[in-house]
Design a protein around this ligand. Sequence first.
Ligand code: SAH
Length: 225
Amino acid sequence: MADDGRSAADALWHEVAADFAATRGRTGIAAPSARVWQALRSVPRERFVDESWRPQAFDNRPLPIGCGQTISQPFIVALMTALLDPQPTHRVLEIGTGCGYQAAVLARLCAQVVSIERIAALAAQARAHLRELGITNAEVHVADGWQGWPAGAPYDRIVVTAGPEEVPPALLAQLARPGRLVLPVGDDGWQVLRVIDQAADGTRSERNVLDVRFVPMPTGTDDDA
Ligand code: SAH
C-alpha cells in the first residue's frame, strides 16, 4: 500500500500504464511517449481538487470539482493527451477547462493552450491553479465551447473534455491543416472517443477509439441560464 504522496503517484501511473497495455488493441497506443509521461508526472493532480478530495487524488478515477463537474480519470487524460500528440510548436484549443488539470498537462507539451469553460466559477478556479503552478502559456476564457474560440484559430490540435452529441462544426472550421481533433461524441451519457485527422489539403479521416463517459456538453454559458 502507498504510504506517501510519492509512492501513491507511482502506483497511479503504474495503473495507467496497465490501462494503456489493456486497451492497446483499440487505441493503437501501447504506452504514452516519454514526453507525455514526463508532462503527466510533472503536474500535481492533488493541487486541482478540493482539500477534502486530496486523499483520493492519486486514484485512477474521476473526482468531483464542484458545480456538478468532474476532473477526468487520469488514464483518460493520459490517453487523450497521447492521441492528441501535441508538439512543442503547437497551439492547442481545449473545450471544457474544468479545474484546469488537462490544460496544465497540455501546457507542458505545446507552445500555447487556449481553454474554454462555460461555468465562470470553474474558470476562475482553473486560472488560480494554473497561476499557482507558474504556467503562463495557458489562457482560460468563459464562453460556449460549442462555438470554439475563433479569435485564436486555426489550432494545430483541439481536444474536447465534455461530451457533445455530435461534432461541433465550429471546431472543424477552426482546425489547422494539418490538424487533429480528439473528442468524445454520443448521447445518453455514453460517448465514443473519436480522433479526426485533417490533412494539409483539408481532407479528413476519423477513427473511433474507445467507449468513454464524460459529463454532457450543454451549449451557452452559465450566465445565459
Ligand atoms: N478538462 C477537465 C475536465 C473537465 S469536465 C480536466 O482536466 O479534468 C468538463 C468541463 O466541460 C466542465 O467543467 C463543464 O462545465 C465544461 N463544459 C461543458 N459544456 C461546455 C461548453 N459548451 N463550453 C465550454 N465548457 C463546457
